[in-house]
Ligand binder design. Structure first.
Ligand code: PGA
Ligand code: ZN
Length: 411
């Protein structure tokens, strides 16, 4: 059960950017993890250590890899692999900064996650079951998927201000949810091609289509039409990630080619909620415009308001947001905070406040499907892994499909 060796190497994420893959060996087994990376990252996220300079245009991770292969390895070899909390604390202490800038949040997370997988392997139990044990989850459950089928903002080469237009299927099984989503995705594809030509079906970072549209209303109405055509009107809802940090300039929001004040944005959101009955809105305001998060939350009742860049999966920021009532949902991204233990703390603080928790991928993601196991192991309310297309997205949906299909088997 002791860690025998640790080694990291460079691999690529879905955007063609270097990232870290780390292996942790015990006597009889091994666990590995690849870290994802964001494009529209929040300011409070754990620091990603990148080399700078000319290799890979400054994006290389050789320094972070070296730290894993030397400093971190030296510290962790011979630790008990199932002591996740202690190991994560050792990593936090070894780094010593409050944003993980010395070793790099990317280096730390790859080790934290690989340790967890090595431990599950050692115990010969599924990763989700090991996660459930770590957090004493009473009843594991399949999360509701949010599938991002039109991409905008920093994830697409179009003029949509909002980053993600999502469908949220509400059937009784994960398999039915994916089936409905795939049918809607392909219906939308056909409609887009017919209406706007072939270039409209190009896809963005998360596999959603990137048509040139005038406004968020156009994107939502195209998706609603596809849902209606498939006869899923009652069972499939809509949601949005505005990622408002990205269009907040000099205290104004640049949306649909026009400047809006924060109060005008509240009206804008109320209008889309009324028209499209959104189940959630993520990052409706900038992380620097906290006052309007609270104003907005008072005005919405059924729609969940989810904090992503605002909270950065950071327990301290989540506690503050609970107290000040900025939002009532947490987007949980493990690389925003950097260790599994802190991510689970974040989950628990949010659940204690009766928030919704959505486990999320990043726009720069990989074939590592760990977040699917994490979501099922923690019994999170929902997940978002992008469109039902592109390998780095489908591997996570596929993992939940296989877990559901073979519930009584150990996998
Ligand atoms: P990111 O986008 O991974 O580029 O940050 C995802 C999100 O904002 O939810
Ligand atoms: Zn977001």
């Amino acid at each position: 059960m002791y860690i025998k060796d640790i080694k990291a190497t460079r691999v690529l994420d879905s955007r063609g950017v270097p990232t870290i893959k780390t292996f942790v060996w015990t006597k009889d087994g091994v666990g590995s993890a690849i870290v994802p990376s964001g494009t529209s990252a929040g300011k409070k996220e754990a620091c990603e250590l990148r080399d700078g300079g000319v290799r890979y245009f400054g994006q290389d991770v050789s320094k972070a890899i070296k730290k894993i292969n030397t400093t971190i390895k030296k510290k962790l070899v011979n630790s008990f692999v199932i002591d996740q909390k202690e190991i994560d604390q050792m990593l936090i202490d070894l780094d010593g900064t409050n944003n993980k800038s010395k070793l790099g949040g990317n280096a730390i997370l790859s080790v934290s996650q690989a340790v967890l997988k090595a431990a599950a392997n050692e115990l010969q139990i599924p990763v989700h079951k090991y996660v459930a044990g770590l957090n004493k989850t009473k009843k594991q459950k399949m999360p509701i998927p949010h599938l991002n089928i039109i991409n905008g903002g920093q994830h697409a080469g179009n003029n949509l201000s909002f980053q993600e237009f999502q469908i949220v299927p509400m059937f009784n099984s994960f398999e039915e949810n994916i089936k409905a989503s795939v049918e809607i995705y392909h219906t939308l594809k056909k409609d887009l091609e017919k209406k706007y030509g072939l270039s409209a079906i190009n896809v963005g970072y998360e596999g959603g289509f990137c048509p040139q549209l005038e406004s968020s209303f156009d994107a939502l109405s195209l998706i609603q039409d596809a849902i209606d055509k498939c006869k899923y009107t009652k069972k499939v809802k809509l949601a949005v990630d505005a990622a408002a940090n990205e269009f907040y300039v000099r205290n104004k929001y640049l949306v649909d080619g026009k400047e809006h004040t924060s109060l005008e944005m509240i009206d804008y959101y109320k209008k889309i909620i009324k028209e499209y009955k959104l189940v959630s809105i993520e990052d409706p305001f900038s992380e620097d415009d906290k006052k309007h998060w609270s104003c907005f939350l008072k005005e919405v009742s059924k729609t969940k308001v989810i904090g992503d860049d605002l909270l950065a999966t950071n327990p301290r920021l989540i506690k503050d947001a609970v107290k000040k009532r900025y939002c009532n949902g947490l987007l949980l991204k493990i690389n925003q905070i950097g260790t599994i233990t802190e991510a689970i703390d974040a989950f628990n603080i949010a659940k204690k406040a009766e928030w919704n928790v959505q486990v999320s991928h990043r726009s720069g993601d990989t074939e590592d499907a760990f977040v699917a196991d994490l979501a099922y192991g923690l019994a999170s309310d929902s997940v978002k892994f992008g469109a039902p297309a592109r390998g780095e997205r489908t591997c996570k949906y596929n993992r939940l499909l296989e877990i559901e299909a073979f519930k009584n088997y150990s996998l």
